[in-house]
Design a protein around this ligand. Structure first.
Ligand SMILES: N[C@@H](CCC(=O)N[C@@H](CS)C(=O)NCC(=O)O)C(=O)O
Length: 212
């Protein structure tokens, strides 16, 4: 049975997972969950994803949610070892990968996802953007990317000189920053960040997912 991805093409977290499928040429079926119809809040859906959010996968009966956990599972199972994730028996490489993955979650996503919520998603739902929160989040993210610039001045990617999932994890919310005219990734203010972002966001996998 082909692996099923329950998600939505408009969803950042779904597209994080789709990018990894494309990187590894994993065949999958996208089962579109209709937010407008509240399909993600039905008892059947919540029985699998208790937070009522997308995505989750069904891999021959094995069900898993949380986009980053799905990416790790898919990379380990479908040929990503040494390509997108270190060999788990290499403890130091794995630890450096996990360090980079935590950097994305704690120092990028924590701010970039809330910025997207304020600037992109709230207006879609007719809600008012909190401008003070946006200013604070933008300044905080700026400071975090200054640190990224130092890290990426030493290595090509966040976990070393080879690309890993930790780099790819940035794609969905990184791409949304440009749509908010927040140009820290592209502007060259942080040259190592811009070099890295051009490389990661230029990958064929991401272009395929976004139709670029
Ligand atoms: N940490 C979760 C977050 C999932 C998430 O926030 N999904 C969003 C779409 S990107 C969603 O389903 N939102 C609808 C809701 O929360 O009701 C993951 O990475 O999978």
């Amino acid at each position: 049975m082909v692996l099923k991805l329950y998600g939505n093409p408009m969803s950042t977290c779904t597209n994080r997972v789709r990018t990894v499928f494309e990187e590894l040429n994993v065949p999958y079926e996208l089962v579109v969950v209709d937010f407008a119809k509240g399909e993600h809040k039905t008892p059947e859906f919540v029985a699998v994803q208790p937070f009522g959010q997308v995505p989750y996968i069904d891999d021959d009966g094995f069900k898993l949610y949380e986009s980053r956990a799905i990416c790790r599972y898919v990379a380990l199972k479908y040929g990503g070892i040494g390509k997108l994730i270190p060999d788990p028996t290499d403890l130091q490489k794995t630890a450096l990968f996990e360090q980079a993955a935590s950097v994305e979650t704690c120092n990028f996503d924590a701010f970039a996802s809330v910025l997207a919520f304020e600037n992109v998603f709230k207006p879609l739902f007719g809600l008012e953007t909190d401008k003070a929160a946006v200013a604070h989040l933008t300044a905080t993210l700026d400071g975090k990317l200054a640190v990224y610039d130092t890290i990426l001045g030493k290595t090509k990617y966040l976990a070393g000189d080879e690309i890993t999932l930790a780099d790819l994890f940035h794609l969905p919310y990184g791409a949304l920053l440009a749509k908010q005219n927040i140009d820290f990734l592209e502007s060259g203010k942080y040259p190592n960040v811009t070099r890295w972002w051009k490389d990661v966001s230029g990958r064929a996998s991401w272009k395929k997912v976004t139709g670029a």
